[in-house]
Design a protein around this ligand. Structure first.
Ligand code: SF4
Length: 494
């Protein structure tokens, strides 16, 4: 997939997104729905926080022994009659899949939702080779018709509304009655189901991703809410699983622990509607299933993250909770990020996969509020990792001149504490004074130099209660006062 991710592009995209009324309406569903559902599901499970610890530990253990688990997994897949391929990068992965399709004489390929397939840009490659890819997840199908990329990793068409889908279906499904009623979402669903059913039956190869790969059994696991993944992998004669190498888990027991946090974090469900375990091709006694089963294990930059400060990012189980809780994602949506992975996880993963020179600006798209880390089911310290990328961007002189001179100015004051205290007090008093004014259409602080990126779209509270240093000093004095008061009581107890 091509990269549309540079700092000026991000700003342009974000600017356009903030003025897109339809998009802003669509994003309001993310701002409320996902968050409430996750909170409810987590609240109903007393051991949810313990499960998050356990999920983190499972993924850390796998990453520490990835070579061993890869070997064990490959051996099990082969023992069950499957074939494992290894792709070092996106080009190799695309070539392997295309070769499998050509070998099978495939003209149509159905696909389950797979972010790694987006990452390697598979659809365009297949189409160029004369093989028609058909996305079967409803959201993916809609964005395929619109020639768009996903704007969310679990809800790829979250930016699209029902009347846009109606337009897309009328444009694409010209074989259907032009007078049909598509005014209700249920009619859109019924139409998509009917059209896709034909495609499932006609497909020569089915391609799915994998949420987990189980080393102990050689099993691939997918979770869906539509059952499209099952039809994709069962009906065609050939099933191809695309998975990045960090999807491994040691045992079925480990997979079930991760499944317990995945759906709750993603959609607030206890489990997704379909959780499907697949091991190898159809056996003689099986009622259905593919005749051949291929797994393409894709590295594409993951192994170079191992052993670095970014290794923790490989724990990600692609639940989407971090973007569902991110105020920046809420404001600009997924397309602003310019590549496959949006939100906080994308802000860390994208520079890791495409380079800090192309994606290093994305970690700046964060307020560091910490909500992403607080909901991540595998406890990835996303703000810390974004900070590492910001450091790298700065060290390599990739950050804009305004940022560099701002940091240089800050460093000048920070090295002179008395001057720093004076400067912050004066600035704070000025802002507090300005904050008493009534804001115009652009807010009370629109006059501030260099702050247009913030003040053009939102106001902020006027500072109050003293500078940080003053408040810190007061609190510290208060604490030592408390300690002094309690000391005699402790002495008495002794
Ligand atoms: S970083 Fe954490 S919260 Fe975000 S998608 Fe990955 S697992 Fe989910």
């Amino acid at each position: 997939m091509s990269v549309h991710s540079t700092s000026p592009q991000f700003k342009d995209n974000a600017h356009a997104a903030l003025h897109d009324v339809q998009l802003q309406r669509a994003l309001s569903n993310v701002r409320v729905g996902f968050i409430e559902k996750r909170a409810k599901a987590a609240g109903k499970l007393p051991e949810f926080e313990a499960l998050r610890d356990s999920a983190r530990d499972i993924k850390d253990h796998v990453l520490a022994h990835l070579d061993l688990y890869l070997e064990a997994y490959i051996a099990k897949v082969e023992a069950s009659g499957g074939i494992v391929h290894f792709a070092r990068d996106a080009a190799e992965a695309r070539a392997i899949v295309t070769d499998i399709c050509r070998e099978k004489g495939a003209r149509t390929v159905t696909k389950g939702k797979s972010m790694i397939s987006e990452e390697i840009g598979l659809n365009d490659h297949l189409a160029a080779a004369g093989i028609e890819p058909v996305e079967t997840d409803l959201g993916e199908y809609i964005i395929q018709l619109r020639h768009e990329t996903p704007s969310h990793i679990i809800a790829p068409a979250v930016h699209v509304n029902a009347s846009q889908v109606e337009e897309d279906f009328r444009r694409a499904h010209t074989h259907l009655d032009a007078a049909r009623d598509l005014s209700e979402p249920v009619n859109l669903l019924t139409e998509a189901r009917g059209v896709l059913r034909e495609r499932f039956l006609a497909a020569d190869v089915g391609i799915t991703g994998a949420n987990f790969l189980v080393a102990e059994t050689g099993t691939s696991i997918i979770v869906t809410n539509e059952g499209n993944g099952d039809l994709t992998q069962i009906l065609p004669k050939t099933h191809v699983v695309l998975a990045s190498i960090e999807k491994l888990v040691p045992t079925l027991e480990d997979a079930s622990q991760l499944l317990r946090v995945l759906a709750r974090s993603a959609t607030g469900q206890e489990l997704s509607v379909y959780t499907t375990f697949t091991t190898g091709p159809r056996r003689p006694e099986d009622p259905d299933g593919p005749e051949s089963y291929h797994v393409v294990l894709i590295d594409n930059g993951r192994s170079s993250m191992l052993g670095t400060e970014f290794e923790e990012m490989l724990r990600c189980i692609r639940c989407g909770a971090c973007m569902n809780h991110c105020p920046v994602y809420h404001a600009v949506g997924g397309h602003a990020y310019g590549w496959v992975y949006p939100g906080p996880m994308g802000a860390v993963l994208t520079p890791s996969l495409i380079g800090v020179d192309k994606g290093g600006h994305l970690p700046n798209a964060s307020t560091f509020c910490g909500r992403c880390e607080s909901v991540c089911p595998v406890r990835i310290p996303l703000p810390k990792l974004m900070r590492h990328w910001r450091e790298r961007e700065f060290e390599r002189h990739l950050s804009p001149a305004t940022v560099r001179s701002g940091i240089a100015a800050w460093a000048f004051f920070a090295r002179r504490p008395a001057l720093y205290r004076l400067a912050t007090r004066v600035s704070m008093n000025l802002l507090a004074f300005a904050g008493r004014r009534k804001g115009g259409t652009k807010g009370r602080f629109a006059w501030l130099p260099f702050a247009g990126g913030w003040t053009e779209h939102r106001d902020f509270p006027a500072p109050q209660g003293g500078t940080f240093q003053e408040r810190f000093a007061r609190e510290r004095a208060g604490r030592s006062g408390e300690t002094g008061a309690t000391a005699p009581a402790s002495s008495r107890a002794a």
